[in-house]
Design a binder for this molecule. Sequence first.
Ligand code: SF4
Length: 334
Amino acid sequence: MTDEGTTLTVACRQVLGEGRGLNEDQLIDVLRLGDEHTAALLALAHEVRMRWCGPEVEVEGIVSLKTGGCPEDCHFCSQSGQFSSPVRAAWLNIPELVEAAKQTAATGASEFCIVAAVRGPDERLLGQVEAGIEAIRAEVDINIACSLGMLTQEQVDQIAAMGVHRYNHNLEAAKSYFAQVVTTHSFEERWQTCEMVREAGMELCCGGLVGMGESLEQRAELAVQLAELQPHEVPLNFLNPRPGTPFADLPVMGSGDALRTVAAFRLALPRTILRYAGGREITLGELGTREGLLGGVNAVIVGNYLTTLGRDPEDDLQLLDELQMPIKALSKVL
Ligand code: SF4
């Protein structure tokens, strides 16, 4: 048997059989597999997802409460105020927020995530989020998630007290690559927010981006660092090089590489919700969503991403129907 065959056999026994995620070295082996193994790898990742997570797919909507003008310098992000990207600072008002939540709920989604492009929230933003959540609650039956940047312990407590069900804060990149991606805050600061969120009892949604010039080893490192945080959900983004950002000229990740990465993340995180986030259209094209959903992914965002157009929600919902993957229902807290 070849070494590559051994990699898949070991992954099958350990992850599928025992539910134990692969370690960093094992993930590097997976990410180095040749294209001829991609189909078998995706099939294994799909089996792992079906066994340890089940057939349901979580559908989420996302809305930007405050867009652009962020003081941070994450090199992939067109919402940074430090680059000459065309995204302008803008705020959404509460009726618009409620309307977005209604439209999201109408797709069958169980999660609605309110996002703001900030380093961390100030009192004004937290006040608006609180008012927004109250207004949504009065009219729409949906779980509310937030993504408002880095938090202090006091802010974590405030957000938990608002009844926020899940908080998103990505690691963005592996620790060893982080300084090449962000210089205005540290990996450790991000990590701290993630830990506080989890300890406060909110579900932690924590992922990152790939295709930013990191090595395969660093991709594997990101996956194990995410696994260490034990997030409820991992959004996996592929770099969509945006004009005006420092990463504008990076090549789009190849589809083989992207699919191997999806499968590797599933093999690192057998029980976690793995969500396709931004960049899947440009990296994987139309077929990518189907291949990902049959290769370890079990959550999708419907509608527009924050600064780029996503697919039509109907396309994704039709695809789930065709694949006979039920949409995860809203779980009621009694
Ligand atoms: S990723 Fe978030 S923190 Fe970084 S520049 Fe963009 S909006 Fe700001």
